[in-house]
Design a binder for this molecule. Structure first.
Ligand code: GLA
Length: 376
């Protein structure tokens, strides 16, 4: 921390994590999602050098990444891969403007907890470089570059939601993002006395990359089969649930379950946005529970720790909705809890969770803040 505080910088950037109220595993299927950027951030400091060397120090990972702009390498996947990917694509677009630099960053975003510390890392780094070298790259391009870095340097075939939310988030608003057009509208986060709470299982079942990519494949093959009879559907989210049900026998069991989940979840997201605008928070909450059921039973990306946390809330009148959030297999649940009940709720659920799994439950009251900000 001392080193971070004493680092003399040209540019400083704060890059947030994100939540997603509803619309999980929908972005790569061309539907709607409802994310927001939050008050947990990575803060970066940058300064230029006179050569092509690059030195990046991470407080969070207690390690350093030293490389040369002329010889970027991605030997094995680690936090460095996200940054190498960004550097690689920046170098492709504007080779004359980049040169060496020093960078140091500290993070308060829990890793592997489903709030996308990875997008915060890529996007904050990319926006910092843009500022440092005055690069002519738009936010739209940065969003796509960061996604591409994750696909090709880390190996996760992610959608666009995380990068988009981290870059475009706005304080006290959700983004209703259409993942086909990559355009969003702002929805005020008026939750009528309810507080958003993240409960972090503190488990990360290491399946996330392989199972994530498997889901994207299953969705793709379901769509290809549906397209034989219905060529008009460009994305799985465009296919109505009725059509999928009628087509059940032509799909493998898993393809059917994934496709049905995707179609229903996309519908839930559009409904959720409407309920949010109308202040119908308990109706919104019910959709969160249905989303969790779908993720658990049809999409199969939940785990026993996440299910326990969601089930625990079921009998509690002051909790109107809860579900797992993010890619799955660990990480957080997102909960809508009445503000008068927050402390009692946290006390009860922490005890129950540690009795059941002998693991500490980390809890966060979420505040929706702006997306990436240039501090200096
Ligand atoms: C990860 C991916 C996103 C999205 C979510 C699931 O966070 O990076 O693109 O697919 O999982 O909704």
């Amino acid at each position: 921390m001392k080193e971070f505080n004493e680092f003399i910088s040209d540019v400083e950037v704060a890059s947030p994590g994100r939540i997603n109220l509803i619309g999980e595993h929908i972005d790569y299927n061309g539907g709607h999602v409802l994310p927001a950027s939050i008050d947990k951030k990575i803060v970066f400091k940058f300064r230029k050098r006179n050569d092509h060397k690059i030195s990046i120090k991470s407080g969070a990972y207690e390690s350093i990444y030293v490389t040369d702009l002329m010889h970027l390498e991605n030997k094995s996947v680690s936090w460095r891969s996200y940054l190498t990917g960004v550097l690689y694509y920046f170098k492709e677009i504007c080779p004359e403007n980049l040169s060496g630099f020093d960078c140091i960053f500290v993070s308060e975003i829990p890793i592997g907890s489903g709030v996308s510390s990875s997008a915060a890392l890529e996007c904050g780094f990319a926006k910092g470089l843009k500022e440092l070298f005055n690069l002519k790259i738009s936010d739209e391009e940065i969003t796509l570059i960061c996604q591409k870095a994750e696909h090709n340097f880390v190996g996760t075939k992610c959608g666009i939601m995380d990068q988009y939310a981290v870059i475009n988030g706005k304080a006290n608003h959700f983004l209703l993002l259409d993942c086909q057009t990559i355009k969003s509208s702002l929805i005020p986060a008026n939750l009528d006395g309810y507080q958003l709470i993240l409960l972090n299982t503190n488990v990360s079942h290491n399946l996330s990359t392989s199972e994530y990519n498997k889901r994207t494949q299953e969705c793709k093959s379901a769509l290809e089969k549906i397209n034989i009879a219905y060529p008009e559907y460009k994305f799985l989210c465009d296919v109505p649930a009725e059509v999928i049900k009628n087509y059940k026998n032509q799909l493998l069991v898993n393809e059917y379950k994934r496709a049905l989940y995707v179609s229903e979840e996309n519908e839930r997201t559009t409904k959720a946005a409407k309920y949010l605008m109308e202040g119908e928070i308990s109706e919104l909450g019910k959709l969160l529970y249905s989303s969790h059921q779908g993720l658990r039973d049809l999409y199969k990306v939940s785990c026993k720790e996440l299910d326990f946390l969601v089930d625990f809330t079921l009998g509690l009148r002051q909790v109107v909705g809860a579900r797992m959030m993010g890619g799955g297999f660990g990480g957080c649940t997102i909960n809508l809890v009445h503000e008068n009940f927050v402390q009692e709720f946290l006390g009860k659920i922490k005890i129950a969770y540690s009795q059941k799994f002998n693991i500490n439950l980390a809890t966060h009251l979420v505040h929706i803040h702006n997306g990436v900000e240039i501090l200096k």
